[in-house]
Design a protein around this ligand. Structure first.
Ligand code: PLP
Length: 395
């Protein structure tokens, strides 16, 4: 039977394939320590679970409006207003099943075939996949290790052409943990205004900034109306399986995104949305404790990785990822690239990591190899996992 040609354009998250391999090995009895997973290893805070159950018992089992129930749109508007220092109205909020649909719906609503979209590389693979899928041109913006995985301003300027319509940013970043500075944001904002561009700001890790305060590009003058802000509950509240996220943008675009939601998933499950209200309005203790623990683990994993001969690791500013340089380790072990290193660690050290190339092709003239480790793992597992890596690399 025929499969539409456009499906050839759609990419995927190869991380899921590695996870399937890891799970198979675990099921066969292998004791694998996994640094591959992109979600908190904590359970959803109990007050949120209780609110979800209460909502189910209270009749939140029906369809709701596509853009989201009013109570959660109001809560999100308050939360974004306070955390970003901008005035957000509930009509500017669209609630989605997870934050991911905002990437798909946002790009689909703003970008025509043949337009160019600048996106971070390495980066969350869904950006490039969706840009390709709709027939636009993905233009990778290299994130550089020597700049703590931020971009080079001149490079960004060179990437902007007459066809550019959008710049995607993600800070704190997946997979590098890099955080853009306020100056970086100002430069992007100036360029966006000068060239009349959308900025898609993926702020899903905004509550995981460890060495300063989070700043959103939407709070810079003239930026709110041209920003599509993505945030959600998956990371901050350990709610990945609930599927709850949101976008904030101007009301005109919000209406289009809601229409895409009507045409695809109808709405986000309503009891989940009521649990989301509790997440934003209720006790923050468990979420705060989790984030504090991530910060402690970051120190631990960076310190331990840097003790390995052949690996160097920057101290990232946010999220729960490190992106060590493993070029020397690959050379020592006669491995061609980070993918082979990933497989070597999986089968020789019983440790799962993700190759840097799971997050996009190598940038032009790039000759370094990286892997991503998520430190959503206990301190005990971090110590033991990194010990295994050390043994396998220094053998
Ligand atoms: N954006 C980035 C950068 C992410 O890393 C993720 C999840 O891993 C998402 C968006 C999607 O989040 P959600 O699970 O809420 O759809």
């Amino acid at each position: 039977m025929q499969i539409a040609q456009r499906m050839n354009l759609l990419g995927t998250e190869t991380a899921f394939e590695v996870l399937a391999e890891v799970n198979k090995l675990k099921a066969s009895g292998k004791d694998i320590i996994s640094f591959a997973i992109g979600e908190p290893d904590f359970d959803t805070p109990s007050n949120i679970i209780d609110a979800g159950i209460k909502a189910l018992k209270g009749g939140y089992t029906h369809y709701g409006p596509s853009a989201g129930l009013l109570p959660i749109r109001e809560s999100i508007a308050r939360y974004v207003s306070n955390s970003r220092g901008i005035k957000v109205d509930p009509e500017e909020v669209i609630v989605t099943p997870g934050a991911k649909p905002i990437i798909f719906f946002g790009i689909l609503s703003c970008i025509n075939e043949g337009d160019e979209v600048i996106y971070p590389n390495p980066g969350f693979p869904i950006y490039e996949s969706v840009i390709n899928f709709i027939g636009a041109k993905p233009v990778p913006l290299p994130l550089l290790e020597e700049k703590d995985f931020r971009f080079d301003v001149e490079m960004l300027k060179e990437k902007i052409t007459k066809r550019t319509r959008m710049i995607i940013i993600n800070s704190p970043q997946n997979p590098t943990g890099g955080v853009l500075t306020e100056d970086d944001l100002k430069i992007i904002a100036d360029l966006a205004i000068e060239n009349d561009l959308w900025v898609f700001s993926d702020e899903i890790y905004c509550n995981m900034v460890y060495d300063g305060k989070f700043k959103s590009i939407s709070s810079l003058p003239g930026m709110k109306e041209r920003t599509i802000l993505l945030d959600g509950f998956s990371k901050t509240y350990a709610m990945t399986g609930w599927r709850l996220g949101f976008g904030v943008t101007n009301t005109e675009l919000a209406t289009h995104i809601a229409r895409l939601e009507t045409n695809s998933v109808s709405c986000t499950s309503t009891f989940t949305q009521m649990a989301g209200v509790e997440a934003l309005e209720g006790l923050q203790d468990e979420s705060k404790a989790m984030i504090k623990e991530f910060k402690a683990r970051r120190y631990l994993i960076v310190e331990e990785l840097n003790k390995i001969d052949g690996i160097t690791c920057k101290n990232p500013g946010g999220a729960f990822y490190v992106f060590p340089n493993v070029t020397e380790a690959c050379k020592k072990l006669n491995l061609k690239n980070s993918k082979e290193f990933q497989q070597y660690l999986l089968y020789k050290a019983d440790v799962a990591v993700l190759a840097g190339t799971c997050f996009g092709r190598k940038n032009e003239e790039e000759d370094q190899e990286y892997v991503r480790l998520s430190y959503a793992a206990s301190r005990e597992n971090i110590r033991e996992g990194v010990r295994r890596i050390k043994e396998a690399v220094e053998k």
